[in-house]
Every structure is written in structure tokens, then in C-alpha cells.
Design a protein around this ligand. Sequence first.
Ligand SMILES: NC(=O)c1ccc[n+]([C@@H]2O[C@H](COP(=O)([O-])OP(=O)(O)OC[C@H]3O[C@@H](n4cnc5c(N)ncnc54)[C@H](OP(=O)(O)O)[C@@H]3O)[C@@H](O)[C@H]2O)c1
Length: 234
Amino acid sequence: MITPKGKTFLVTGASSGIGAALCELLLSHGAVVLGVTRRPNILHPDVSPIMADLTSRQDISGIFHRLGKIDGLINCAGTAYLSRIIDGNPADWEEMWRVNVLALSLCSQLSLKHFPKTGGRIVNVSSMSGHRVPPSGGFYAPTKFAVRAITDSLRLELKAIQSRVQVACVSPGFVDTPLLDNYFRGRKGTLSQTRANMKMLAPEDVAHCILTILTAPPHVEVSDILLRSSDQMA
Ligand SMILES: NC(=O)c1ccc[n+]([C@@H]2O[C@H](COP(=O)([O-])OP(=O)(O)OC[C@H]3O[C@@H](n4cnc5c(N)ncnc54)[C@H](OP(=O)(O)O)[C@@H]3O)[C@@H](O)[C@H]2O)c1
């Protein structure tokens, strides 16, 4: 196992939900954590803030401008709207595409020169909605399928250039975070019904899976971890 103690991790989406839980977990293991957010004032006080709006390519470049060496990049930032193909708002699609897909890809690309020669790990947060399209999947599910495909493309590209950087994803089902308020925007009844029907995953459950990937021995390459609440049907 690789200890996270003294290692440096760059976490996007560090202010809330899965990203915030991961920051706390990494800090509790003695890691140095740099957190990307638009709301630096709400980060854990021991996380070094990097302010960026991930819909902006300029802001994304700024994250890496003065960055030193990192041992891991965890792309947690994401946005989700229940936005159907038949009548969804294209502005919602565009935001989801920019944050969930383009920002994740560009952060991955720009991070590579910050890893030591000995390697490190990139972990992308996909979703169960990146494995099968749920009835409410709309435009969100395609962004998460893209995350899985990008993870696979990057893995193959890194191997082709003999890089020792590994890339993986985690694919959770419902996790009880503020993202769901956005997703079920205007359908509060559906969210309370979902909460009443299942004990959802906690952000910490996902953070532990990410830690498992980050601390696996170098010869162990995890590709994806799928996890869902034991109450979730599919
Ligand atoms: N919750 C679920 O049920 C669930 C299930 C499967 C997968 N996921 C995935 O898990 C990841 C984390 O989601 P979460 O549930 O933890 O959501 P969350 O609590 O709503 O957190 C979302 C994070 O993304 C950041 N973010 C969003 N748009 C951004 C932007 N334009 N620029 C910079 N940062 C931005 C937010 O930061 P600021 O607002 O502070 O900038 C926040 O830290 C996402 O990729 C999501 O798709 C969630």
C-alpha cells in the first residue's frame, strides 16, 4: 500500500459532497490537499484553496500555472441537471458538458507534467449513470459515459508513452449530496420519495473507495469501482 502521508493531492469539487469528504479523509491521513472551488471560503481550513470556475478554460489553465509536484489528481467536480433530450435546456447540457467532461479532460492533460517520474494517480468520478442510462438520465448520463471512455482513452495513451501515471474512475449510485437538489430541481417530491425509499450512499463511502485506489500498490491498477446503496435497485 502507498501511504498518503506527506503526498500532495489536487482535488476538484473540494467544497462539497464527495470532494469535501475526500479532502477530509486525505487530511486525516497526513496528506497535503489542494482544493479547487468557486467558493474557497467554505473549504476545510487545512485545504489550500485554488479558485477556479471549471467552465472557463482560462481558469483551468490558472490552476496549473504555479502548481508544483502532485501525487494525485481527483476530478470530483460535477454538475447534474435532470434535463431531457426531448425538451431540456441546452444551457444545462452545455454546463454539464463543460464541467463533467471538458474540465475533467483538460485538468487531466495539464496535470501530467506535475507528476513525478515515478508516477501517481488520476481518479475520475463517473457514476452508475455512466454504466446504464436510467429513465431520468437525460443529458447527464451521456456526460458520465464520456467520463468512463475518457478514462479508458487516457489509460491507453499513458501506457503507449510508458508513463507511470495510472488513471481510474469510481462510479457511485445515489449519494446524499447537494448535487441531488440540483438534479431534482423543481421535483422536490421525487427527491424526498427517493430519500424515503433508500438509505443513500454517504459522500464518505465514495471517498473511501477513492482512497483505496490512491493507496493501492503501484503494480495494482484499478480501472473502476462501482458502488450503490444496498437499497438501490439498479
Ligand atoms: N450525488 C450523487 O448522487 C452522485 C452520484 C454519482 C456520481 N456523482 C458525481 O460525483 C461528483 C461530485 O458530486 P457531489 O455529489 O459531491 O456534488 P456536490 O456536493 O454538488 O459538489 C459538486 C462540486 O463540484 C464543484 N463544481 C461544480 N461546478 C463547478 C464549476 N463550474 N467550477 C468549479 N467547481 C464546480 C462544486 O464546487 P463550487 O460550487 O464550490 O465551485 C462542488 O464542490 C460529480 O462528478 C457527480 O456527477 C454524484
